[in-house]
Design a protein around this ligand. Sequence first.
Ligand SMILES: Cc1cc2nc3c(=O)[nH]c(=O)nc-3n(C[C@H](O)[C@H](O)[C@H](O)COP(=O)(O)OP(=O)(O)OC[C@H]3O[C@@H](n4cnc5c(N)ncnc54)[C@H](O)[C@@H]3O)c2cc1C
Length: 466
Amino acid sequence: MTPMTLLSRRRFLAVSAASAAAAGTPAIAAREPGDLDVVIIGAGAAGIAAARRLASAQAKFAVIEASDRLGGRCFTETSTFGVPFDRGAHWIHEPDLNPVVPLAMKSGFDIYPAPPPGRVRLGRRYARTGEMEDYLTATVRANRAIAAASRGRQDVSCAQALPKDLGGWQPTIEFVLGPFGCGKDLAEVSALDFSRSAERNNDMFCRDGLGALVAKLAEGLPVQLSRPASHIDWSERNRIEIRTAKGYLYSRTVIVTASTGVLMSDKLKFDPELPRRYLDAIEKLRLGSYDHIALELPGNPLGLQRDELIFEKADSARTAAILANISGTALCTVEVGGKFGAELAAAGEPAMVSFALDWLTGLYGADVRKAVKRTSATRWNREPWTLGAFSAAAPGGQWARAALAEPVRDRIFFAGEATHETLWGTVGGAWASGERAADAVMRRLGLVAAPPEPKAPAASRSSRRR
Ligand SMILES: Cc1cc2nc3c(=O)[nH]c(=O)nc-3n(C[C@H](O)[C@H](O)[C@H](O)COP(=O)(O)OP(=O)(O)OC[C@H]3O[C@@H](n4cnc5c(N)ncnc54)[C@H](O)[C@@H]3O)c2cc1C
C-alpha cells in the first residue's frame, strides 16, 4: 500500500469511527494519544519476557493480548480439579539453561526436580531390566542415526533417518521422539532441527503450576487483555499502525509473539504483506499437535509414584504416555500428540477421555474406570489464539528459525518459541526469544547499549522432551 492510499484509508476509518460513535455503536478507530516505542502483541512467555525487559529500560510500550488471560500456551487453572492443572506447558526443561528458573526461585515458587525418565509398560506388566536395556539401546541408536543424518548434505525427515531394524520397539520410539517429543510424527520433523535442539532430559516441576509462575512474572506489567490485533500496517516509514478490537495503536516498532498457527491464519494481517522469506519460514514452522487428557484418579489406583511418567511398548501410533499423581495430587494426565493426537482432539473431548480410559484399562485393568472422578481434555488445535501446540520444523526447514528471528526492516520483531534455535517448543525458549527481541528493539531505538553476544547453549538431543 502506498502512503497516499494509507492516508486515505486512515481518514476514512476516522470518519467511520466518528459516525459509529455518534450512532451509539462502539468506535473502533479511536486513536491513542502519542506514539509508543513498542507494541508487544501477545502476553505469553515471550511477550511477558519482552515486556519485563522494556519496563526495566523505561520504554514507552503497550502489551496487547487477544484472550482474556495471561500466559498463552503456559496456563494453569485450578477450577476443574481444585488443584493446579497446567493446560499447556508443565515440564521446566533444562533448569541450567532456562531463564525462568532463577526468576521462579526469586519469586519464592516451589520448584523441584522431576524424577528420572519413566518405566515402560508391556501390557499388564512393566518391562524387565533386559527389556528396558533393549529399549534404551534402540533409543540411543535412533537418536544417533538422526544426528548422523543431520550432518548430511540435504536435510531429511527423522523418519527417513531412523534405523530400519528397531524391531518391536519401533512404534514406541517413534511415539516418544515424534508426537510426545515434537508434537508431530517423525515423517514431518526435520532431522537437522531435531538434532540441533537442546537436550531436555533434565527437568523440574512447579508445584503451583508453570502457568501460575509465568502469570506471576507478569505482575505490574501494562497488559491489556481481550484486545486482539487484527492488522499491522507498516507501510509508513517511521510509524506502525496496529488495528485492534479496541481501537488503533501507533508505535515505532512492534514485537509479534503470536504463534505460527495464528500467523498462518487470517487473524493477524500485515500491510504490506510480509516478505516471502518470512511467509516461507512461518509455513516451515507450522505447529504440531499435543494435548493433555486429565483424569482425577483418587487413591492411586495405578500404583505409581508422584510425577511418574510411563510409556507403553506400543504396536501402533494409537499410543500415549501417562504422567501420574502430579505434584502428589490425584491428577494424572494422558499425553497424546502428532497425527493420531490431532485426529483424537478433532473428535472431541468425550472421544479423548474414552481413548484415555480404554488405553489405561488395557495397561492396568478395568478397575481404573471405576476410580476416575472428574475429567478434562485440552484441544490446543482449537484454541483460537494459538491454533496448535509447538513448532518442530518440517524437513528442510531448520533455517526458518533464524530467518523469522531477523527483524523485518528493523521495525517488526518476531519472538516466541518458534524463533528459538535450540529451545523451540519450550517456555524457556519463548522467554529467551522475548528478551532477545526486546534487546534488539532497545538497540534500534537507542534505549540501551548493545549487550555482549549471548553464548549459544549446547546442541545435543535426548530421547525425551515433555
Ligand atoms: C499441551 C502443551 C504442552 C506443552 N508442554 C511444555 C512443557 O512441558 N514444557 C515447556 O517448556 N513447554 C511446553 N510447551 C510449549 C510451551 O507452552 C510454548 O513453547 C510456550 O508457552 C510458547 O510461548 P510463546 O510466548 O512463544 O507463545 P504463546 O504462549 O502462544 O503466546 C502468544 C500469545 O499471543 C496471543 N495472541 C495471538 N494472536 C494475537 C493477536 N492477534 N493479538 C493479540 N494477542 C495475540 C495469544 O493469545 C498468546 O497469549 C507445551 C505446549 C503445549 C500446547
